[in-house]
Design a protein around this ligand. Structure first.
Ligand code: HSE
Length: 314
């Protein structure tokens, strides 16, 4: 973060308004635990203004009537974090959110809220502090704990994210145009903290090798060879440890995979991501779910988002 800090930077921000748009994401993608993520074309949009004092939050759509409307709101916390790390005192804030990313379903809603806050701070501090792409990823990862949702939310497309002693880094890749994601969303939520608590401290070496091979293959399948997506989405590092906590998800993934569809848990669940290799395979997966699922699933055929989060200064 490099800044030209003026004495009363905070006062000079009052009256600034920014518009932020952030995509949903699916993390892990099967074998790429805490590493791979995909941005999907479903968005939370927010307008954030710097005000003389106080915090006002208005939420429409997903989370309306449920999330806090004060300084503990996750977007506000992320804005405050970015201002603190940039060394600028936080002005008052007014935030109006229009949310479409389902909460607690493994579609990156908390990562999107954090990215929205970091991008809002970038926009509000335009001309005062410069945030590099690495800065944005670092700020967002500090709050999220792992970079696999926040990287695609920030940058779009398919992202490989890794952590170095200097902070998290990412590589963005453009997905093959045949890849046709389908997200299946159940009615219930799943806690990421609970899912993470089910992970063992250690895993067998052969399982680690299995996942190294599949995640390397998955990158090739997603950018160049979608016909390999079924084998490339196999995993031994996280899904079976968490299956008992989401039996409906486990059952439907088994049914989809038995029929040849590359289905995986989306993030920490309980949604399912099917990485179909063309639109007709995606339609066949929707048909199978409608015919066989024993619980209610909302089918969302979503395009890949190639742009990532945007911020425009009004
Ligand atoms: N990689 C994360 C997990 C994604 O599976 O726990 C959810 O935040």
């Amino acid at each position: 973060m490099t800044g030209t800090l003026v004495a009363d930077a905070t006062t000079s921000l009052v009256g600034r308004t920014v518009h932020v748009k952030v995509p949903a994401t699916s993390a892990n993608l099967g074998p790429g635990f805490d590493t791979l993520g995909l941005a999907l074309a479903r968005y939370d949009e927010l307008e954030v203004s710097a005000t003389p004092a106080g915090v006002e939050v208005e939420v429409h759509g997903v989370g309306e009537g449920e999330v806090p409307l004060d300084a503990s709101h996750l977007v506000v916390r992320a804005i405050a974090h970015a201002f603190e790390r940039a060394g600028v005192a936080l002005p008052g804030l007014r935030l109006v959110a229009h949310n479409a990313i389902p909460h607690g379903r493994g579609l990156g809603s908390s990562g999107a809220a954090i990215v929205a806050g970091v991008m809002a701070a970038k926009g509000l501090l335009d001309g005062v502090v410069d945030f590099s792409a690495d800065d944005l990823l670092e700020l967002a990862t500090e709050l999220e704990g792992h970079p696999d949702n926040v990287a695609p939310a920030l940058f779009g497309g398919l992202t490989i994210a890794w952590v170095t002693p200097e902070g998290p880094r990412h590589k963005k890749l453009i997905v093959h145009r045949g890849v046709s994601p389908l997200v299946l969303v159940p009615e219930h939520e799943m806690s990421t903290a609970l899912a993470r608590s089910l992970q063992p401290e250690q895993v067998p070496h052969e399982d680690a090798v299995f996942n190294v091979s599949r995640s390397a293959l998955l990158v090739a399948a997603l950018i160049q060879s979608p016909e390999l997506l079924f084998q490339a989405t196999e995993d031994k590092l996280h899904q079976h440890y968490r299956a008992a906590a989401m039996p409906e998800t486990d059952r439907l993934i088994r049914a989809l995979r038995e029929a040849g569809h590359p289905a995986v848990v989306s993030g920490a669940g309980p949604s399912i991501l099917v990485l179909a290799n063309d639109p007709s395979a995606r339609a066949a997966a929707i048909d199978l779910v409608e015919r066989t699922a024993d619980t209610v699933w909302q089918a969302l055929p979503l395009a890949v988002d190639f742009k990532g989060a945007t911020v425009t200064v009004a």
